[in-house]
Design a protein. Structure first.
Length: 653
């Protein structure tokens, strides 16, 4: 008979013995191994166990048998078989046992053979860890049925709808937060379904990670555990793993405080490589370009505006006045052949990439050229959410190359996915708008955006929450003409659509004020003609390739091709770097600086050449109209100077 006190002691010993067993154990199969091979193999396994997070080791409470096998394919380093066996490729054993594996390069991501073997063990153990998250038996049938339904619909990972039928959930490859960060976001408009294709291929450490979420987790845990720079290269995923395990590897590489980016502005005279400091970002606005008559723009365009403080200015409302510092994140269809085909954009023939643009250029593009107003609506984000959004945008700027669809993966959809993955705001998960104007309404309706800043139009203009279309200014100038001249047209659009030669007779009778108005409108007319010429090139360039072979047009066609070939780096900056993954690090900055400067210098020269040669590609009538508008501007300038000399100072209306 066991006395009560002795019984308690025995129970405590049993519990402690059970706790000691409840952790991962790697058992080497010594069959056929020499002493040296056993020693080298055991050292490899010991290093793997030492690299794993304590929670990983304690939760994968099983014995895993490790065996060297001749049955694996020649290019395979290892494979997990079932839930308790790990096979390693026997052809790699000699190099491991004689020590040469530590020096032998492989051409693979982890550099040396031994490092690759260590990564393989960690990779395959991660698969076991992922599979070993078991469901209670009472929930297993419901979960299996739900999983089967999900598979029949082609869903990636475990759908959110299945989670309510289970008492536990997987920790890695089906977690919604992980899938958002990893590149399998929710389809917008499909209520919980996940995208099948991972478009985060640029700057990938190993394209095998894009096969499926399970491989993504396993590959990234290799780097989380073995690469000290992982926290700097993939900071959002690093935090995810650290929070999941409550642990991180020791001695990480110190990270820079800023993120590199390539400014895709049209000013080729400036160095495109910039550094984005999230601490200088005061706020993020939903930047909405209003619709116009173009069918691809009838629902507006969605962008994000980073309100960046000037150097030395404390974060605060005054940073909104530092317009020259502000940047715009804009998903656009990168058109590599100069022809924006409506059909091609419907079927996803164009890449969708995250451009970083100066705010002033975006304002000019929309308000002066396209005559569309801009509304800048602040998003209600915490300080941490602003930081995380900026950080994730930088990661996608370097690592995303998707497909652009006007109706299903357009600017609004891409921006919504960025907001979801960058902020992790739960209010965004069920939001499914695919239209720019509808997305803004939804954000306002859910309390995520503050449209009240637009209530007073004059105040909104003064504070930079709104940028009006120049159409209103042009109409005001046209009203000046109507007051002073007997012009029959009633709308400024009608005036601008007149041939340049039909506007010219009104120059002579114009007084100083009317001439100033005419000058501004003539500049608008020329800008309109240049925009039409650009569209003409887009529509006819491909069909005119035979014509471009003609010696008269060959130089212009060649210049266009070179500009396209050399400007793609502004939307896909990863092409400037030969190796590495994730966010570029300090060691890669010198190459980035050199490569981007060389490309930019080449573009400056090509653009100058194009200005001289491109007119050869235009329709003769279009070219004649552009030249007539330029003649008008010259004559108006002379007329104004004469009036100014005769009658006093020039005062713009």
């Amino acid at each position: 008979m066991i006395r009560p006190r002795a019984w308690l002691l025995a129970a405590a010993l049993l519990l402690s013995a059970g706790a000691a067993e409840a952790e991962l154990r790697l058992q080497l199969d010594p069959d056929g191994l020499s002493a040296a091979q056993q020693h080298a193999s055991q050292a490899l396994l010991d290093d793997a166990l030492a690299a794993l997070p304590p929670r990983f080791v304690s939760q994968l409470d099983r014995r895993v048998r490790v065996r060297w096998s001749d049955a694996l394919p020649a290019n395979a380093y290892g494979r997990a078989s079932r839930l308790d066996t790990l096979l390693l490729n026997a052809r790699l054993l000699p190099a491991l046992s004689d020590g040469s594996a530590a020096r032998q390069p492989t051409g693979r991501p982890h550099a040396t053979l031994r490092r690759e073997l260590l990564a393989t063990v960690l990779h395959e153990l991660t698969h076991l860890y992922d599979r070993a998250r078991l469901w209670p038996s009472r929930d297993r049938l419901a979960w299996q049925r739900c999983q089967q339904r999900a598979a029949s619909l082609g869903l990636v990972g475990l759908p959110d709808a299945c989670r309510g039928q289970t008492a536990r959930r997987f920790t890695f490859s089906d977690d919604p937060r992980l899938l958002d960060l990893a590149g399998w976001p929710q389809y917008v408009g499909r209520r919980g379904q996940r995208e099948q294709h991972n478009a985060q291929s640029p700057r990938s450490p190993d394209l095998y990670e894009l096969s499926n979420p399970r491989e993504y987790v396993a590959v990234n845990l290799e780097y989380f555990l073995l690469d000290p720079s992982y926290a700097c290269r993939r900071p959002a995923l690093y935090r995810y793993f650290r929070e999941h395990f409550g642990w991180a590897p020791a001695n990480p590489t110190p990270c820079a405080a800023t993120y590199p980016y390539l400014n895709a502005g049209s000013d080729f005279a400036r160095q495109p490589l910039g550094q984005l400091d999230p601490e200088r970002v005061y706020a993020v606005d939903y930047l909405f370009a209003e619709a116009n008559d173009n069918w691809v723009s009838r629902w507006g365009h969605t962008m994000l505006r980073l309100v960046i403080c000037a150097p030395g200015r404390p974060r605060g409302p005054d940073c909104r006045l530092d317009l020259d510092q502000h940047l715009v994140l804009s998903y656009r269809a990168f058109v590599g052949d100069l022809q924006l085909s409506s059909w091609a954009a419907l079927v996803g023939a164009y890449p969708s990439r995250l451009f970083v643009l100066p705010l002033n250029q975006v304002i000019d593009e929309y308000t002066k050229v396209e005559l569309r107003g801009l509304a800048s609506v602040p998003l209600k984000l915490s300080r941490q959410q602003v930081h995380d959004l900026v950080e994730h945008a930088a990661e996608l700027h370097w690592g995303y190359d998707g497909d652009y669809y006007f109706l299903s993966n357009n600017c609004a959809v891409e921006t919504l996915k960025l907001l979801r993955s960058g902020t992790a705001r739960p209010e965004l998960q069920g939001l499914d708008s695919i239209m720019p104007n509808g997305l803004l309404d939804s954000l306002v309706g859910r309390g995520l955006a503050d449209r009240s800043v637009l209530a007073d139009p004059k105040e909104a203009l003064r504070l930079g929450y709104r940028f009006d279309s120049f159409r209103e200014r042009y109409q005001a100038m046209f009203a000046v003409l109507k007051q002073r001249l007997t012009i029959p047209q009633t709308r400024v659009e009608d005036w601008l659509e007149l041939p340049a030669s039909a506007r010219r007779p009104w120059f002579a009778p114009a007084d100083l004020r009317a001439s100033a108005a005419l000058l501004l409108l003539e500049q608008a007319a020329l800008r309109r003609q240049l925009l039409l010429a650009q569209d003409e090139l887009k529509r006819h360039y491909l069909g005119a390739r035979d014509q471009l072979a003609d010696s008269r047009f060959a130089k212009a066609g060649d210049t266009l091709q070179q500009i396209l070939a050399n400007s793609g780096f502004l939307s896909r900056p990863a092409e400037l770097l030969e190796r590495g993954y994730g966010l570029p690090q300090l060691g890669e900055s010198q190459r980035l600086q050199q490569q981007s400067a060389e490309r930019q210098q080449l573009l400056r020269g090509l653009t100058a050449d194009l200005d001289q040669e491109v007119r050869r590609l235009l329709d003769p009538a279009r070219l004649a109209e552009i030249e007539a508008s330029e003649t008008n501007l010259k004559q108006l300038g002379e007329h104004l100077r004469a009036l100014h000399k005769a009658g006093g100072g020039l005062r713009l209306p």
